[in-house]
Design a protein around this ligand. Structure first.
Ligand SMILES: [Cu+2]
Length: 366
């Protein structure tokens, strides 16, 4: 496809194809009010296992629970951990009635947050569920060594491999699948965060939460029910149908899995990982501010203070702290706002407590 023929990511040929599809189907998708422009695209042919559809074990939920993470480390001496991640290919819903073949670690997106202390040793086992079809591995950005362990953790369905590494440097780091079609595997959910705590530990906060962002490329349009098969063409062109926080549309809000809750006067720390595979996140808390930010998860640096929107590149992390001086609902978003209004990228923190009209008075004119 020649570049000069493309406008807004679509070629003239594609536009004509879409129009043909629209005419054949009566022009509109029932219920959505959107013009129905079926994306009759050519499909990329993949070799080997990547040419096969991933397995179809059904799961009720892939959205990681933001409150499910290991707690702060109190030790002052190193330790050896035995940690396992299990690659699981599952079918679950992005939103009601719209399924997707997720590729996951332990059945959740993002994969489980891992937490060790600088100087600790990790004996890490990567297992692939026998129900899987594809090959998977793990590349840790917290590891000195070839591929961050990727080559050594390559497993076929049913197989396990174990590596050992020492957590030499502190910070929040992504881990992700790194097979040849790694962009496809990460987009489908295979990424997570490992936090290597500095030896001196962290300041105390009342809550810690865990979030991850990634984009999903589908051959269907938004609002189309049924199985959203992966679109390699849309991924190549970087036109995702969804941009998601914790793997499902508006997963951590009242409309889906429920928000997280805190009380006025408390503090929280967020661990955030951007799997991408392609889009940078402009991470922002609507109605609040990041009291402290360690960009890139670089915890050995001094934090920036009172940051509104912090860029988190794909393949990286951020550590954010927040104060909650008044009751409110805080929307966690990517401030590239079309991803919020159209693509499902939002999560909520509900702050409970009595109003403080000295700080914020929404009814001042009454
Ligand atoms: Cu994989």
């Amino acid at each position: 496809m020649k570049k000069e023929n493309k406008q807004n990511g679509y070629s003239r040929k594609q536009f004509m194809k879409n129009m043909g599809g629209a005419m054949l189907t009566g022009g509109f998708l029932a219920g959505s009010g959107l013009p129905f422009t079926a994306k009759a695209k050519e499909r990329t042919v993949l070799s080997g296992n990547e040419g096969k559809k991933p397995a179809a074990v059904e799961a009720d939920r892939v959205a990681a629970d933001p409150t499910n993470l290991p707690g702060p480390i109190k030790r002052s001496t190193p330790k050896t951990h035995e940690i396992e991640l299990v690659s699981r290919e599952v079918v679950s819903e992005i939103e009601n009635g719209m399924q997707f073949r997720y590729l996951t670690y332990d059945g959740q997106v993002p994969g489980p947050m891992l937490r060790v202390r600088q100087g600790d040793t990790v004996i890490f086992t990567h297992t692939s569920s026998p129900d899987n079809v594809l090959l998977h591995n793990v590349d840790f950005h917290s590891v000195y060594g070839t591929g961050g362990g990727a080559n050594a953790t390559y497993v076929t369905p049913g197989q396990s491999k174990t590596i050992k590494f020492k957590a030499m440097y502190p910070g929040a780091y992504i881990y992700h699948c790194a097979v040849p079609r790694l962009d496809y595997h990460i987009s489908s959910g295979m990424y997570g965060l490992i936090f290597v705590e500095p030896e001196e530990g962290l300041p105390e906060v009342d809550h810690e939460f865990y979030f991850g962002q990634n984009e999903i490329y589908s051959h269907k349009l938004q609002g189309e029910m049924g199985m959203h098969e992966f679109s390699f063409e849309d991924m190549r062109d970087e036109i995702p149908l969804y941009v998601l926080l914790n793997g499902e549309k508006n997963a951590i809000t009242a409309e889906r899995r429920g928000p997280v809750e805190v009380r006025k006067g408390e503090t929280a720390r967020l661990f955030f990982v951007n799997g991408g595979p392609n889009l940078a996140s402009s991470f922002h808390p609507i109605g609040n501010v990041w009291t402290k930010v360690w960009r890139e998860g670089a915890i050995a640096s001094n934090p920036e203070r009172y940051v509104q929107t912090a860029l988190v590149p794909p393949g990286s992390c951020g550590i954010f702290e927040m104060d909650f001086p008044v009751p409110s609902t805080i929307h966690l978003v990517d401030h590239a706002l079309s991803r919020v209004a159209n693509k499902g990228m939002m999560g909520d923190i509900v702050v409970k407590g009595t109003p403080d009209t000295d700080i914020f008075d929404p009814e001042y004119s009454k």
